[in-house]
Design a binder for this molecule. Structure first.
Ligand code: HEC
Length: 150
């Protein structure tokens, strides 16, 4: 018994003397590992990211181009694009919502088109301007793009 107790006390002293610095060194190693990892991630070629619903290519006339060129991005954010507005809701995953326009419309391409053209008709007092001055084909392209933002 007393031999065991002496052993334990010895261990405790050893730990106090050397153990804590060993633990500190271990932790430092972990921290360094954490610091190094993102650098490696950044160096790897950009892979498609799930947090970025819009592919990098957006040819003129595409849904994203029309979205940006018509100023939608001044009020709405779509992550991974230049659209960083905060007045309207974040549309990064709007296509996967169950309803849009705060619940007044089903989540369909047709509903997106109607909402974008005349949001005031669907939601009285809405703070989004009407876009029915755009050609219907452009509204439909934008609607298709929004529906695809899952
Ligand atoms: C002046 C700011 C403004 C601009 C510009 C604007 N919006 Fe909006 N938008 C809003 C606001 C505010 C809402 C929230 C409406 C509500 O539900 O009360 C909204 C809602 C929406 C919704 C419904 C989102 C949801 O969560 O249900 C869609 C879709 C949408 N906008 C698309 C567009 C598109 C496409 C354009 C460009 C053609 C555009 N918006 C331009 C302010 C704007």
């Amino acid at each position: 018994m007393s031999a065991n107790a002496g052993f334990l006390v010895g261990c405790a002293f050893w730990f106090l003397a050397y153990g804590s610095s060993w633990v500190a060194a271990e932790e430092l190693g972990h921290q360094q590992a954490k610091v190094v990892k993102p650098a490696i991630d950044r160096a790897t070629p950009a892979a498609p990211q799930s947090s970025n619903p819009t592919a990098s290519q957006d040819p003129p006339g595409s849904g994203l181009s029309l979205f940006l060129s018509n100023g939608c991005g001044a009020c709405h954010t779509i992550r991974g694009t230049e659209a960083r507005g905060t007045i309207g809701p974040d549309l990064s995953h709007v296509g996967s919502r169950t309803a849009i326009g705060a619940g007044v419309l089903p989540n369909t391409e047709e509903a997106f088109a109607r909402f974008v053209a005349r949001p005031d008709l669907l939601k009285p007092g809405v703070k989004m301007p009407a876009f029915d001055m755009l050609p219907q084909t452009e509204i439909e392209t934008i609607a298709r793009y929004l529906k695809a933002l899952q």
